[in-house]
Each structure stands twice: as C-alpha cells, then as structure tokens.
Write a protein that binds this ligand. Sequence first.
Ligand code: DC
Length: 221
Amino acid sequence: MVAIDGPSGAGKSTIARRLAARLGFTYIDTGAMYRAVALWASRQGVDTSDMHRAEQLALAAGIDLAPGRITLNGEDITEAIRTPEISNGASKISAIPGVRRAMVAKQREIGERTSVVMEGRDIGTVVFPRADVKIFLDANASERVRRRHAELAAKGLHISEEQLAREMRERDERDSTRADAPLTQAPDAVYLDSSGMGIDDVEEAILKIVRARVTNGKEIV
Ligand code: DC
C-alpha cells in the first residue's frame, strides 16, 4: 500500500500511475471519485451546499475505477470530470463529511482487497494511516499551475494561466482548511518537492523509498 498525497498539480496522478505499473499494484485516483460525485450533483441540480442530498448521491453513486477509465452508474465519465468546473465542484463537495464517509468506505474496501498506489489528499492521514509508504508530493505554485495548464491545453481546454492560478489557489486553500480530513502531511510521510525534477527522477526517488520500506527483506521491484 503506497499512499501519495499533495496539492493539485503536484504530479500525483502521473507518478501514482507509473508507480502502480512498476509495482504491479492497482492505481486508485481518489480525486476522480469526488469528481464523479460532483459531476452527478451538477447534473442533478444538487447544490454543493446541500449536504444531505450530496451525501445521498455519494452513497448511491456506482463508481467503478477500471484501469485508465472511470464510470459512474455505468457511464464512462473519464473526460467529463476533468473540466475546471468539476475541479471546483469536487473541492466543494469533498468538504461535506457525509460525502467523505461514503468515499472513504469505498477506498478502504478497495485497498483492503488488493495492493494499491492510492493518491489524494487524506490517504496517509485518514484513509490508510497505516500505509506501508506515505509520500507527500509537492511542487511550487507556479510549476503546478504550468503543469496543469499544459495538461488542460493538451485536451483542448483553454483557460488563462491567471484564472487557473486563482482557481487552484482557492481550491488548495479550501482543501487544506476544511474541518474534515484537510490536506496535510502525515507526520510519517516523506516530503518530496518535485519542482524542477523530471518525472523519471521523481519515480526513481519514490521507488527507492518503496524498496526500503515494503520489502521486508525481499526484493519486490
Ligand atoms: O486530485 P483531484 O484534483 O482530482 O481532486 C479533486 C478534488 O477532490 C480536490 O480539490 C479535493 C478533493 N479530494 C479530497 O478531498 N480527498 C481526496 N482524497 C482526493 C480529492
């Protein structure tokens, strides 16, 4: 069990996906789960301030994480959840304790069933506080905005860097200051600043930590 937490745009998804492939583990993107609930709420006209209905949706949501795809109640929503609107909606809806309870239960069930690299905001602190390896992946703000901007542009989504920077700042602020499971580094997590590091270097750095912590004397990677 490898837990990767950190702010938006730090490179968690890219790294977690690659690590999972290297380790033969399942990659779990928990942000995608909150995004799925936000998308459903938006389609149902449920406001992110309606805690009760949001929780009901979270409990009823049939979320399936197949490799590289995510489905909601049987519909492929992989691309639909990657818009800036859903990013904001997910950040808002994820502050609701009932929504978090529903998602955390799903995440624990998956993590108990199989070996995972799970990424999000509260994996090492709340979801799996006894994870074998915990990484807090960070990068400086301008680098995170630059990466996310390039990612969106590659998908044909054009938004100014200024607006994106504002939205990411607001989102990280909300995710870090909410009462329930805010984004914070677990005391036993390894802090890694990926600013100025290539993706291969980040992967190697984490693999080194994984090898040192999970092997129990046996080589697994
Ligand atoms: O990782 P992401 O940017 O796709 O996540 C979208 C939002 O979901 C993020 O702003 C906060 C929330 N989130 C959360 O509260 N807890 C998690 N474990 C993962 C994501």
